[in-house]
Structure formats: C-alpha cells, structure tokens
Design a binder for this molecule. Structure first.
Ligand code: CA
Length: 225
C-alpha cells in the first residue's frame, strides 16, 4: 500500500517506516500537520494516512477533519496517546477509520492496516483473517487463539509474539526481529524478554508449544506443520 505517516517523533517515524517498508509498503513521511495535509492532497493513489494526534503545529484530529472536509479519499489510522473512550470517540468523529494506542507494537499497526485494506476491497467480504500453523490457530479480529482445538488465553504481548511467529511460520526470526515486531517502540527491553515470553507461550500452548523451535545462537522458528 501507499502510506503517509504524519508523526513528529523522528525516532518512532524512522523505526515505523523501516518496518513498513520491509512489509513492502511505500511510505512518505510528514513531520507536522501542514506538511501532512499538503502531501495527502498531492500524492496520487494514497491508501492510508497514519496520523499522530499530538503534532507540533496542529492537532491530528484537525488534520483528520480537514482531510474529510476536503473529501480526500483515504483511510485514516490514528495514533493516540491515551486509551480513553473520549479520545477514541473524538478520533472516530473527526473522520479516523481506526486507531492504535501508544505505545504500540509494529504487529498492532500491521494488523490494523490489513483490516483497512480488506475494508477498502470491493466485492463480497472475505473470510475472517485467520493464521494457522500445525495445531495452532490465531484469529486477528476476535483475538482468539486455539491450540489443538483448545482456547488459549494470552496477554497482549504474548499474542503479538505468537502473531509474529505465525506470520513468518517456517522462517527463523532473531530475537531483535521479534522485538521489532511484537514490542512497543517506546519500551526499552532486552532480547532476554523474548526468551521469557517464548517460555510463557510454550507453557500456555501445551503440546503445541513444541512447534516453537529454538534456533541456537539465532532465535526462534515456528514449525508450520
Ligand atoms: Ca507526537
């Protein structure tokens, strides 16, 4: 997809852009609201604006309202700082299609973008997005995980980690790659956290936990059968 990221936090913008580009998106960046509006009007075939609420020159909410008022045909994914009902309702009222709450992990943004892409597709609705490998299934919409048909309760971080492993089933991912995909950008964690969470996941998945293989000296791989 062709994306416009309106975000004044340079570090966050760089990290997010790199991961989005690895997922083969084309990403433009605007550091403030005025530049964001100019680029949104100028770029042909723009699919989604990823819009920070707290910008230096104007509120992201005003950027969303202006885009809608000017009938710019683009989906808006809002990055909000606080998870309160008022913030969410205000964002959606301003014209946002969806939102993620900071601090977020890359997988959360990626999942919301996939949902927006599906919504934009013409024709009959597609099946719910379900990831599956061997005995493990994960439904991104209902956030339901099963192992050998049994429901498994996961924390948000465990869910993001399993989602990352499932999206790359059969591939080895380093601890750093897993941190990039499953941990919020603003949280300082060491690669050891990945080992701890893999341990929790294996325990909760029971027999299916054995599908998460340790690749010595590198990281982890989810066996896809
Ligand atoms: Ca900001």
């Amino acid at each position: 997809m062709h994306l416009l990221l309106v975000e004044d936090d340079e570090r966050l913008a760089r990290a997010l852009t790199r991961l989005l580009e690895e997922d083969r998106h084309v990403v433009e960046h605007a550091p403030d609201g005025v530049t964001g509006l100019e680029l949104a009007a100028a770029i042909e075939g723009l699919d989604v604006v990823i819009l920070d609420v707290g910008l230096p020159d104007m509120s992201g909410l005003d950027v969303a309202r202006r885009l809608r008022r000017d009938r710019v045909d683009v989906a808006i994914l809002m990055l909000t700082a606080r998870d309160t009902v008022t913030d969410r309702v205000t964002g959606l009222d301003a014209g946002a299609d969806d939102y993620v709450v900071k601090p977020f992990a890359y997988q959360e943004v990626a999942a919301r973008l996939r949902a927006l892409a599906r919504r934009a597709e013409p024709g009959p609705r597609r099946a719910e997005p379900r990831l599956e490998a061997g005995a493990i299934t994960l439904d991104e919409t209902s956030r339901r995980v099963t192992a050998a048909g049994r429901n498994v309760d996961l924390s948000p971080r465990e869910f993001s980690l399993l989602e990352a492993l499932l999206r790359h089933a059969g591939q080895t991912l380093s601890r750093d790659q897993l941190l990039d995909l499953a941990w919020p950008f603003s949280v300082a964690v060491t690669p050891n956290a990945v080992d701890a969470y893999v341990h929790y996941l294996r325990t909760k998945l029971g027999d299916a936990g054995a599908q998460i293989e340790t690749v010595r000296g590198v990281g982890y791989r989810l066996a896809d059968a």
